[in-house]
Design a protein around this ligand. Structure first.
Ligand code: GTP
Ligand code: MG
Length: 210
């Protein structure tokens, strides 16, 4: 057991969903309180770290963001490896992005244990006038899939921190109850780079035996 003072938590959380649903802006809003009206499609993988306090403990959330477009994506198994939380994002103004949620969940389930905390996120809530997916539809799908559900706006900040905080708190509770372990991934994360070496470390709670 770590000593009280030295205890720290590092949680890897992945953000997935179709291109242009607002994944990168949700991340920049959460970690830097920034929004970009003209953001470019993500190429490869990026991550940002945000420190939070949960029950008086320091928790580092390392949030990973990748391209929604297949051709810009990096090695999938490396992206998911060690993740303890996932945000599956769609755009409430584009039904096709909601229809894709099942595919993203299939990919997530292929690579991650069911204990991984999942949240369905309906983004662009500020665009109510051109909404194509109702809140009820989102709620229903999340219930079916056993996920949390929230509608957000990266543009006006609505529910962005809340979305991440709910996920982080749930992971924290699972880790405290030993349903999940994030320890196995610490070594790699501490080098602070994206390692694509698939031969290394097997995490004992989750993803990607590779
Ligand atoms: P990929 O990297 O291609 O997978 O896309 P992405 O999901 O990261 O989308 P990104 O964050 O780049 O946002 C796409 C576009 O939607 C940009 O023009 C953003 O400014 C816009 N956008 C993102 N979030 C919101 C939001 O909450 N409301 C509105 N109105 N626009 C948003
Ligand atoms: Mg992006």
């Amino acid at each position: 057991m770590a000593e009280e003072s030295g205890e720290e938590y590092l949680f890897k959380i992945v953000v997935i969903g179709d291109s242009a649903v607002g994944k990168s802006n949700l991340l920049s809003r959460f970690t830097r309180d920034e929004f970009d009206h003209n953001s470019k499609a993500t190429i490869g993988v990026e991550f940002q770290t945000q420190v939070l306090e949960v029950d008086g403990k320091e928790v580092k959330a390392q949030v990973w963001d990748t391209a929604g477009q297949e051709r810009f994506r990096a090695v999938t198994s490396a992206y998911y490896r060690g993740a303890v939380g996932a945000l599956v994002v769609y755009d409430i103004t584009r039904r096709t992005t909601f229809d894709s949620v099942k595919r993203w969940l299939d990919e997530l389930n292929t690579h991650c244990d069911t204990a991984v905390t999942r949240m369905l996120v309906g983004n662009k809530r500020d665009l109510e006038s051109i909404r194509e997916v109702t809140t009820e539809e989102g709620t229903e799908l999340a219930e079916e899939e056993g996920m949390f559900f929230i509608e957000t706006s990266a543009l006006d900040s609505t529910n962005v921190s809340k979305a991440f905080e709910i996920v982080i708190r749930d992971i924290y509770e699972k880790v405290s109850r030993k349903i999940l372990s994030s320890d196995s991934y610490k070594a790699e994360l501490s080098v602070n780079r994206v390692s694509l070496d698939l031969s290394k470390q097997k995490s004992y709670f989750s993803c990607c035996s590779s």
